[in-house]
Design a protein around this ligand. Structure first.
Ligand code: PXP
Length: 256
């Protein structure tokens, strides 16, 4: 299982002070030594964390491949720099993080895929685990998909942690543990079904969003998934144990 480490939140910390440290570029050496296979960045329209100079520096100086996540509206900005892969994601200005996968029927998304194909940039689509999305992704001619594990992560948080007693509780998931467990099983089954179909259709299958040290194992056990992209949990753990150790622990957990 390959691990892409999303280092957006190193830039989030820098932007909290609006100065020049910590610098995401400095993390790359640690990522590589700790066993990460790629660096993942999300260049958001509002540049709330990663800025253009970050992704340009990482493309030109990193010895790890860059998986650049961005909205369809950003293609003209990033394509000239030829990132190793672009993962198209939906984006709403006011959201805290990427909520839900792409709508593959949207013309803007389909046009972005065509533009990336013109530039010969391998393209991945961040999608909710639905059979229709897999079939459409295949028709659109991309190489890979990344299954959104946000629902899995939210159900897990509400079932097994104290989140529901905090101000970040998820009201729509304020359900009895038994019901949350039932929905988790359904969600996991969907992720498995979609992974099997995608692999059968010749797509590479990745997954990510909200994965952490507690909830990652069932996802890492899906044989068709070959790469996980994980950010928040690793950077959060790095505060306490350092980035190298945080990545090493995650690598250990997802080893098959
Ligand atoms: N994969 C994609 C496509 C994402 O947009 C994100 C968040 O930027 C991640 C993975 C990482 O999510 P998290 O920070 O919750 O691990």
């Amino acid at each position: 299982m390959l691990l892409g480490v999303n280092i957006d939140h190193i830039a989030t910390l820098r932007e909290a002070r609006k100065i020049n440290e910590p610098n995401p570029l400095e993390a790359i050496f640690i990522l590589k030594n700790a066993g990460a296979s790629q660096v993942t960045l999300h260049l958001r329209e509002d540049r709330r964390h990663i800025h253009d100079e970050d992704f340009k520096a990482i493309i030109s100086q990193s010895f790890l491949p860059l998986n650049l996540e961005c909205a369809s509206s950003m293609i003209d900005t990033i394509a000239p720099y030829s990132p190793h892969r672009v993962t198209l994601v939906p984006e709403k200005r006011e959201e805290v993080t990427t909520e839900g996968g792409l709508d593959l029927h949207q013309k803007q998304v389909q046009d972005a895929i065509k533009k990336l194909q013109t530039h010969s940039i391998p393209t991945s689509l961040f999608i909710d685990p639905k059979i229709e999305n897999i079939q459409l992704a295949k028709k659109l001619g991309v190489q890979s998909i990344e299954l959104h594990t946000g629902e899995w992560a939210n159900l897990f948080l509400m079932a097994y942690t104290n989140l529901k007693h905090t101000h970040n509780s998820i009201p729509s998931l304020n359900l009895p543990t038994q019901e949350l467990e039932k929905q988790m099983q359904e969600n996991l089954n969907k992720l498995k079904e979609c992974s099997i179909l995608a692999k059968e259709l010749g797509l590479e299958v990745f997954a990510g969003h909200g994965l952490n040290y507690q909830n990652v194992s069932p996802i890492a056990s899906i044989p068709q998934i070959t790469e996980l992209n994980i950010g928040h949990a690793i950077i959060a753990r790095a505060i306490f144990v350092g980035l190298f150790e945080a990545i090493r622990e995650m690598k250990e957990l997802i080893k098959r």
